[in-house]
Design a protein around this ligand. Sequence first.
Ligand SMILES: *Cc1c(COP(=O)(O)O)cnc(C)c1O
Length: 377
Amino acid sequence: MNANAESTVPFVDLVGQFHRYEDELMTAIRGVLESASFIGGAPVKDFEAAWAAYCGTKNAVGCGNGTDAIYLALRALGVGPGDEVITAVNTFIATSEAITMTGAKPVFVDVDDATALIDATKIEAAITERTKAIIPVHLYGQLVDMEPVLAIAKAHGLKVVEDTAQAHGAIDHGKRAGTFGDAATFSFYPGKNLGAYGDGGAVITDDDALAEHIRKIANHGRSTKFGHEIEGVNSRLDGLQAAILGVKVKHLDTWIDERRAAAQRYDKLLSELGDAIVLPHVRHATSHVFHLYVCRVQDRDGLRKHLGERNIQSGIHYPVPLHLLPAYSHLGQGEGTFPVAEKMAKEIVSLPISPEITEEQQVRVAKAVAEFVGANR
Ligand SMILES: *Cc1c(COP(=O)(O)O)cnc(C)c1O
């Protein structure tokens, strides 16, 4: 059989997941349409309660998306013009965009070569008298080791907002992702580990007053219908998305197990290739929920082309470290500023992973990778 005639191994399979839970999802969607609870109402309240309970925190506030969630958390914590906020240079641009949205300036820090997460040993050098907060990003689904980050924040009086857009449900020291800092933010973008059927986001916090403040900013600065105490924004989780998330959250732990099993299968299949490919570094068993399965290879672009020719999708997260993007040229940080992230960006490749991926698909991926790295050794 011609390899090209084989079916696609999709990067994620959102349609497959819909069909797996079709009856439950359609019932929830119908319920929203029949009660016209499109903005606010029971579906949002119920999901916020379910999400707070799942994470093990006192408050969850739904909002429009994961970018707004970071903006809302920072703004409610008092971050604004003239301030600086520290984050990792290898993350999705949403993290730094949200910092800029508050009027503050993003300050980047290089990442750890093994985990690709913010290098805590480099945070202190980035702190100035303007620094107000640190945003550790739990990238790829793996929790940043929060102990050193929290110690630095405490020593310098800084707020900590965890960007948990990729790590729903990961656990460290018996606590879920997002329960370590002052607040944590989630994205429910469709492709995230807990995804809506459109945009959605949330902020979680144990601080009741902070949660109230976030809720107010997200809803036109009001706590009563026309009692606008401040100027806010319009960033709400809508009823349909909340109802869909309410169904899906019940299955999140199953999906986490399935993602971990898939990651272990790749580990086993790919470890036979020795040091031709560097597999994901996992801090410990529950620290990673494998939003992405990111490997490192010398000829990354060649490998991706080889996979593409065999109908295997792959990705790069992220191809350009933030400081080298045109959007941040004004910061004047050229090549060589963050050497670990820069080298990593040239070598990383994200292989397909999702709760729905089959063993057969993974064997196909591993065979294709083996063919390529074997031929290039
Ligand atoms: C997806 C993502 C966001 C932004 O979420 P949206 O819902 O798309 O706005 C923020 N940070 C990280 C690390 C992400 O992966």
